[in-house]
Design a protein. Structure first.
Ligand SMILES: C[S@@+](CC[C@H](N)C(=O)[O-])C[C@H]1O[C@@H](n2cnc3c(N)ncnc32)[C@H](O)[C@@H]1O
Length: 271
């Protein structure tokens, strides 16, 4: 499945992620995607594009389910794509490829059976355009499967509060400004002539044992949220921890539970 990068210059500022840090702190994302994938019936020869594939673990799981198909994982981060290639590309996995590009800057030749994206869409600065082009890249009856966190998620509100308070010049650069709301996801998909088969909002809590753990979890995706220089990370994260405290619900075991909103979308292209 040829996937073309349409521009050598990313349309949006992308700060590379630390792939090793991500792996250690990405258990939540993996569990969520695993649950969704378990319910999908992939034909063995399906063509799949996984956008924002990260370290490639989920993409490689999909590839195992389509031995005669073609699965492409696409991600903006060189470190993530490097790790995905190192870990999952073996001689035996000729049905799997990883491509480094921003989601906003590629086009697909031919048609997809599935377009998937797990825990990544909220970072796409041109999310509406990406959503539209994925819908258009699907075959009739092809399926779109997205797990994302809409603008309504309180997590991003307190992070933006921290930027507004002490890192003002970075506030306009954050993903909070470009995240789609629940309604925007819905209307963009319906406008692209898709049949919405599932559209589920879940209000959930992340659970940590210590604030240090919360800090490390956020550090894993901090630069996707805002391109803050590394020497400011700790100061910003400490302020985020202060800002999140009014929203914490403490468990009986003293666990620290923070609310977030998840959106699961399944839609198929009308024939
Ligand atoms: C939270 S990770 C999710 C990775 C994987 N899908 C998972 O569920 O474990 C989000 C990924 O989106 C990627 N990303 C962020 N902005 C992007 C963009 N504009 N285009 C492509 N990938 C992007 C990041 O590099 C990161 O690897």
């Amino acid at each position: 499945m040829p996937v073309h990068i349409t521009s050598n210059i990313p349309t949006y500022p992308i700060v590379d992620l630390d792939a090793q840090h991500y792996i250690v702190n990405s258990g939540l994302q993996l569990d969520l995607a695993g649950e969704i994938l378990a319910g999908i019936d992939f034909p063995q020869d399906a063509k799949v594009l996984d956008v924002g594939c990260g370290d490639g673990r989920i993409t490689s799981e999909i590839a195992k389910r389509v031995p005669y198909g073609q699965v492409t994982g696409l991600d903006a981060s060189t470190s993530m794509v490097g790790l995905a290639r190192e870990t999952y590309l073996e001689a035996s996995s000729s049905n799997l490829a990883f491509l480094q590009s921003t989601a906003e800057d590629f086009s697909i030749e031919g048609e997809l059976d599935f377009a998937t994206s797990f825990s990544a869409f909220h970072w796409f600065r041109g999310a509406k355009g990406v959503l539209k082009s994925l819908c258009e890249a699907l075959k009739p009856n092809g399926e779109l499967i997205i797990l994302t966190y809409p603008a309504e998620s309180i997590y991003y509100e307190f992070m933006q509060e921290a930027l507004n308070e002490r890192f003002k010049e970075f506030a306009p650069l954050s993903a909070y400004n470009t995240m789609l709301s629940i309604d925007e996801y819905k209307s963009t998909i319906l406008d692209a002539k898709m049949d919405l088969t599932e559209f589920t909002r879940k209000d959930l809590f992340t659970s940590s044992q210590t604030f240090q753990e919360v800090k490390e979890f956020i550090r894993g995706w901090l630069t996707s949220f805002v391109p803050l220089p590394e020497h400011l990370h700790d100061e910003f994260l400490d302020l985020v921890i202060e800002k999140c405290k009014p929203y914490v619900q403490y468990g009986r075991d003293h666990s620290i539970n923070l609310p977030y909103t998840e959106l699961i979308i399944k839609a198929s292209r009308l024939s």
